[in-house]
Design a binder for this molecule. Structure first.
Ligand code: SF4
Length: 392
């Protein structure tokens, strides 16, 4: 389908000013150099994500370029043998593939596609480069697509600096070969049902690049002010950063000569800070545990063994023995009905409607009022009942 094939099998590596950390070093310029001094850490989740990306890469390659079915199956089977492989990876990578298919199916021109392509944006951020999951060029548009396997928080493509840096790198690489007027950026997070898209003109993208260039240069030199905020969440200094700690300890300012009770405005401010305090305290606890386990002292705290657990060595063997000993099966298993959302997922929307919703087996009740940030999409509710409604 596509004109050329370009796959980058280079190990994923990171620049000092990486695109994925751009929201951090753009807001807090000294963070990049300081993070660079800390060792890299990986997690099972990150490794799962890498495997899911490899499967997605294989599927997209097969979609854009001719590949024998036997080659595809052999490569997929190799992934299936990996320790972290889970069947659900097939489903989620399929959602991503479906999105890319939908994106390309109505294009007037035959698309050019590059998968897992290393893009260089060092003309904006010194030594900056990154790996874009899927770049497509067609119909005067540069499509930059990002597949995120995580299921932590939904990420928006709107004005997303990571996406814009990839786009700047891709534009530099392809603008001599193709006429590009527009940039379309998308983030696909199948495990969160999140597909976010954002579009901008090339001139706006280039203007943004010029705007951040001096900030990137400052970040590269490790200069500027520490600015704590939402972006601290994934910073390697998130636990021990003084600027972050100062931000929270400044809550004491509410004392002094002010009235003994907080005003509603102050309650709002404290809750705003509390959103980040929770994750900061968790980061501090994780850090203190690691230090304690290394034998270092954190005054007032120590590491202890957590509550142990018991499990079957081989559940089949154990239950076989119980049954042979005459223990009634009813005693061994619990039978609980699936919840409505789970059953809907199992049955599919149509059957769920026909068998459960339409005959009146499902009752909907409003959720208990809960506090949410003002930007939450749900409508605000109050306990106030209007006189008219009361009368009715
Ligand atoms: S924790 Fe926040 S304030 Fe501190 S260096 Fe990292 S990004 Fe900057």
């Amino acid at each position: 389908m596509a004109k050329t094939k370009e796959i980058n099998h280079k190990e994923r590596s990171h620049a000092l000013l990486s695109a994925s950390a751009a929201n951090r070093w753009l807001a807090c310029t000294p963070s990049a150099r300081l993070e660079d001094e800390k060792p890299d850490s990986t997690s099972v989740f990150a490794e799962e994500g890498t495997l899911a990306h490899e499967i997605a890469e294989l599927k997209l390659t097969k979609y854009f370029h001719p590949m024998a079915k036997s080659t595809f199956t052999r490569r997929l089977n190799k992934f299936k043998k990996r320790e972290l492989y889970q069947d659900e990876m097939l489903k989620h990578t399929e959602t991503y593939l479906d999105y890319i298919k939908e994106l390309t199916i109505n294009l007037e021109q035959q698309p050019y596609a590059a998968i897992e392509k290393q893009v260089d944006f060092s003309h904006i951020a010194p030594e900056g480069f990154g790996t874009a999951d899927c770049i497509i060029v067609a119909d005067q548009t540069l499509y930059v697509n990002d597949f995120k396997y995580g299921k932590g928080i939904p990420v928006s493509a709107e004005d997303n600096p990571q996406m814009k840096l990839y786009a700047l790198g891709a534009y530099t690489a392809y603008s001599l070969l193709f006429d590009i007027q527009k940039v379309h950026m998308s983030i696909v997070q199948p495990r969160l049902d999140n597909i976010s898209e954002f579009e901008m003109t090339v001139s706006d993208l280039l203007a943004w690049g010029d705007e951040i260039k001096p900030i990137a240069e400052k970040a590269f030199k490790g200069e500027g002010e520490f600015v704590p905020g939402e972006h601290c969440k994934f910073c390697k200094l998130k636990a021990t950063c003084r600027a972050r700690a100062d931000q929270f300890t400044a809550l004491d300012d509410f004392g002094g000569k002010k009235p003994p009770e907080l005003s509603n405005a102050e309650v709002g401010q404290v809750l705003e800070k509390a959103k980040s305090i929770e994750s900061w305290v968790k980061a501090l606890k994780d850090y203190a545990l690691k230090e304690s386990l290394k034998g270092k002292e954190i005054p007032g705290w120590k590491a202890v063994a957590g509550r142990g657990s018991r499990g079957y060595v081989d559940v089949d063997k154990a239950f076989k023995q119980l049954k042979e000993a005459g223990i009634d099966e009813a005693l061994l298993y619990e039978r609980t009905p699936l919840t409505v959302p789970k059953l809907e997922k199992e049955l599919g929307a149509k059957q769920y409607r026909e068998l459960l919703e339409e005959p009146g087996h499902v009752q909907k009740s409003p959720g208990k009022p809960t506090l949410a940030p003002a930007k939450d999409k749900r409508m605000a509710v109050t306990n106030e009942v209007s006189a008219e409604e009361d009368f009715k």
